[in-house]
Design a binder for this molecule. Structure first.
Ligand code: 9MR
Ligand code: 9MR
Length: 557
């Protein structure tokens, strides 16, 4: 018989670990705690891993079938257990046990820091030193000081082949390219965090090279990307290049070995609007800094936001499409009504002039969770939490209505998650839903939103149909083979830590030719490097992950 505190016994039962799904990092003592059981049983035990003693016994709910995972689960609620410690959930005379998890007040501190630090590890054009990168230290690559203007972006003043400097910024994802559309939402999400949690932001030390200077680490980290974004605007007309990229995706080599030429490609309306929105938001957040240089930078951001917005108004339908000789990520979007709304809202807030907005603009927007291509919620969010805006009340109503729908979905779902469509990057949708709930919680102080955000954390950290904890370096069942060039090329077994894997979906079932994936979307995931559609990492996935974990960590007692 297995006793749950014995490591060998658990290893001997590795097959059964997935029978009980838990948040493998842990729970606050006072939070809701719900595990999922895939087995019909009358009772479940919570066992202390240190003593092997049963500390709580509960009765699970009925099994419920989920059409998205193709299996049935019951909930096991052990919220009443509040004693700090490390535990497993066990069944059948403790012969079947879950992964271990902790209950204590600091469960999210390290993982929140790691999820921010991951962005540092993805900085382009900078050596990652041993001091800050540990075993993931590497030489600088992609200086991007001699970037070529691509034919699609040629102008009189900057003709094809013209060389410009656009250094810094984060690599987008597992590839080494830098894309404005995706940078916008990622940077904005961190700016929003700084705005909403100023005290926690000040206190967080992520151990990055700038730690200890007069600027909070969250802000330092996002500034590394924001300063790059500023270089992507053509000062001659205000338009913003869609991306800085190689012509094609390169192989799995370290950054300094990847030396193919780099190009800035087509100025697009979406990139210019996302840039305008992000810079306008930045101007408000940076204005609150007590470092004069940062306040100055904020003014520059507003000026550049206005120029990019004017360019977009004058060029309202330049939709990005890859030119025939460019095959890297497109971030193409032909519905940019939401980008216009977001940029208009942010500029209204930054200039305190709301004459460009109307209730109709607000209500006409699609109520969908934010992503790189659907940004209406970002405008709504900014208006809803602004100190004074003509649209605050209306925006709060839209946001809280949407959060209510999400909460309803998660309480009604067998897996207790609001997600009911699995897109590429499905895990980021879960994280972004958590962000919406955190904002609704701040607006209303109603605990139901916080409890629902907890279920999103639980899902990402193991209580999902794959049984993986989706943040690298954390949990008992870890993702090891992310589609991330440095992780694949560095010869270190462990992947770069703190990254959120994209997560299950059935968009591309053939990315690993030798793998047959589940056709159930919630289970269709493989921890192999080839699976770029389920196991890549990306800055726009880590930003909401950090937001959600940091927000939760900020509420520790
Ligand atoms: O590595 C690329 C990844 O960053 C992208 O998200 C993905 C989808 O655009 O494409 C990956 O590159 C693959 C390419 O599309 C097809 N051939 C295999 C490449 C991965 O090694
Ligand atoms: O996140 C993007 C997803 O929504 C798209 O469906 C997919 C295919 O176009 O591209 C994803 O973004 C990738 C980008 O194109 C290149 N860098 C890696 C990104 C994450 O996979």
């Amino acid at each position: 018989m297995c006793s749950c505190n014995s490591k060998t016994a658990i290893q001997g039962h590795a097959d059964s670990l997935d029978q009980i799904l838990v948040n493998q990092v842990g729970y606050f003592p006072n939070s809701n705690k719900v595990a999922l059981l895939r087995i019909k049983t009358e009772a479940f035990n919570v066992v202390d891993t240190a003593t092997g003693k049963v500390v709580f016994t509960g009765k699970p709910s009925q099994l419920e079938y989920w059409e998205l995972s193709g299996d049935s689960v019951a909930t096991a609620d052990f919220s009443e257990l509040t004693t700090p410690g490390t535990y497993r959930i066990c069944l059948n005379d403790n012969s079947i046990c879950s992964q271990a998890f902790s209950i204590n007040n600091s469960v999210y501190t390290n993982i929140a820091k790691a999820s921010l630090k991951a962005l540092y590890l993805n900085r382009s054009g900078m050596e990652i030193t041993k001091e800050f990168g540990g075993e993931w230290a590497h030489a600088a690559g992609h200086p991007d000081t001699m970037v070529l203007v691509h034919a699609s972006a040629a102008t009189k003043k900057r003709p094809e082949g013209y060389k410009l400097s656009s250094p810094g910024g984060w690599y987008d994802a597992g590839d080494y390219n830098k894309y404005i559309v995706n940078s916008g939402i990622s940077t904005y999400t961190l700016l929003l965090f700084c705005q909403m949690y100023p005290e926690y932001t000040k206190s967080l030390n992520a151990n990055i090279p700038e730690s200890g200077n007069a600027i909070p680490d969250v802000l330092d980290e996002l500034l590394y990307n924001l300063r790059w974004m500023l270089t992507m605007q053509d000062p001659n007309d205000g338009g913003v290049y869609h991306k800085l990229t190689n012509l094609a995706f390169g192989g799995f080599e370290m950054p300094d070995k990847a030396t193919e030429p780099r190009f800035v490609v087509l100025k697009s309306t979406a990139a210019s609007l996302d840039f305008a929105a992000t810079m306008a938001m930045a101007s408000r957040v940076l204005a609150k800094s007590d470092v004069p240089e940062i306040v100055e930078l904020g003014k520059e951001c507003l000026d550049k936001a206005q120029k990019a917005y004017a360019w977009a108004k004058a060029n309202p339908s330049i939709y990005y499409k890859n030119p025939s000789d460019v095959s890297t990520g497109a971030y193409d979007d032909s519905n940019i009504k939401d980008e216009f709304f977001w940029a208009t809202s942010e500029l209204a807030l930054a200039t305190n002039d709301f004459s460009t907005l109307s209730d109709k603009d607000l209500n006409d927007q699609a109520k969908v969770v934010q992503s790189w291509g659907s940004v209406s919620m970002l405008g709504t969010l900014s208006l809803a939490i602004s100190e004074n805006s003509d649209y605050k009340v209306e925006a709060q109503k839209v946001l809280v209505d949407f959060a209510n729908q999400l909460v309803e979905k998660s309480t009604g779902s067998p897996y207790r998650v609001s997600l009911d469509i699995f897109n590429w990057g499905s895990n980021s949708d879960v994280a972004n839903m958590g962000v919406i709930k955190m904002v609704a919680y701040q607006i209303t102080s109603d605990k139901k939103y916080l409890n629902s955000a907890q279920t999103d954390i639980d899902y990402l950290l193991g209580r999902n149909a794959t049984g993986y904890c989706f943040v690298t370096g954390f949990g008992g069942k870890q993702v090891m083979n992310i589609h991330h060039r440095p992780s694949g090329a560095d010869g270190v077994a462990a992947p770069y830590p703190g990254f959120l894997s994209g997560g299950p979906n059935i968009v591309v079932l053939t990315d690993c030719p030798d793998v047959t994936r589940s056709t159930f979307p919630a289970k269709s995931f493989v921890d192999q490097e080839c699976s770029y559609s389920t196991n890549e990492i990306a800055i726009n996935w880590n930003a909401p992950l950090f937001f959600l974990l940091g927000a939760m960590d900020s509420m520790k007692k």
